[in-house]
Write a protein that binds this ligand. Structure first.
Ligand code: ASP
Length: 333
């Protein structure tokens, strides 16, 4: 399918000048309505955008939407692809463990009505995103943690599994040979999947799932299950999702910030860049040691992605094309 041809939009100023004769005969709200129509582009729906190179996940989400599934379920289906892949060492099965050898998962999901669900410090269950969705839909709560989250997962029919694969165990054992028992920050250790989708009717949902920072302290929870930090969806405005050093995302409430900046008129790209600038311009400027990346989409289906360092990617499925895009980044050295 070819890229859509967009209606050429006039700027608000241009509209006012070009329509001055008509405008003279209109009241204020009619003028605003004319300007709005002239400046509105055809929306790029459906669309899927995700953190990193996850074309199988975006494909799954796209296909699920094409098959008529609800966008929330399509987002879950996409996230599950990465969770089930034992080769992915940062999500679900095969995720790198904490420093004690425990794989602990964080995930959250949010729909177009502002409903959300999340799980933190979940063990022995591959599909954290499914548990998060069920917390949202089937319980009066937003967040379940640890043993309670695991018990809940079992109660809805999910099976206990050993998430520590041989490869991840080996990597952890190697890490233990040299690592000091203190928090480490390493830009290689991040790979959360955050996935946002808009269906053909403009309904937005998003999900985020991770095994968190590799070799984290036992009990550590990152940004990924925290609504507003790791993920935020507002069906009127758009959505954003984060990856990277969760502590920095939490401190700046990154995803909510991006959505609010878009509400105030920024493009998704500008909003992602501003959210990164809030991190890198903090006193101390210690961003050399960690990576943060954001992806965002607005209600029109326009996308943005930006990171602190080189090496971040976004995957976008739009207009029938599923592609990876290298992100621009702040630290040009
Ligand atoms: N944001 C995740 C966390 O801090 C890590 C990641 O993106 O890989 O737990």
């Amino acid at each position: 399918m070819k890229r859509r041809k967009f209606i050429k939009s006039a700027s608000l100023g241009g509209v006012a000048v070009g329509l001055s004769a008509t405008v003279l005969a209109c009241n204020d709200s009619e003028i605003k309505e004319i300007a709005k129509k002239e400046t509105t582009k055809e929306p790029i729906w459906p669309i899927v955008i995700a953190t990193w190179n996850v074309h199988r996940a975006t494909q799954e989400t796209w296909d699920a939407m094409q098959a008529g599934h609800q966008v929330l379920d399509a987002v879950e289906a996409g996230c599950k692809i990465e969770e089930a892949d034992p080769k992915g060492q940062s999500v679900g099965k095969g995720g790198l463990p904490d420093r004690d050898g425990n794989v602990t998962l964080d995930a959250c999901i949010m729909d177009h009505l502002g409903n959300c669900g999340s799980v933190v410090y979940l063990q022995n269950i591959t599909h954290a995103i499914t548990v998060a969705k069920s917390v949202m839909q089937d319980t009066p709560h937003v967040m379940l943690a640890g043993k309670g989250a695991e018990d809940y997962a079992l109660s809805i029919g999910l099976k206990r599994e050993n998430l520590l694969t041989e490869a991840s165990k080996k990597a952890w054992e190697k890490w233990k040979e040299e690592a000091e028992y203190k928090p480490i920050i390493n830009i290689e250790n991040h790979d959360t999947i955050g996935l946002l989708a808009i269906d053909k009717d403009g309904t937005i949902s998003g999900g985020c799932t991770t095994s968190g920072l590799a070799y984290k302290m036992g009990g550590r929870v990152g940004d990924s299950p925290i609504i507003g930090s790791g993920l935020f969806v507002d069906n009127e405005v758009g959505a954003a999702v984060a990856t990277g050093m969760g502590e920095e995302v939490v401190k700046t409430v990154g995803s909510f910030l991006i959505v609010e900046l878009m509400r105030q008129g920024m493009s998704p790209q500008q909003a992602c860049e501003e959210a990164i600038s809030r991190i890198v311009n903090k006193p101390g400027k210690n961003y050399e040691d960690f990576q943060v990346g954001y992806v965002a989409v607005n209600k029109k289906g326009e996308t943005g992605y930006y990171s602190i360092h080189d090496g971040f990617w976004a995957t976008i499925y739009a207009d029938g094309e599923n592609k990876n895009y290298a992100s621009s980044f702040f630290n040009k050295k």
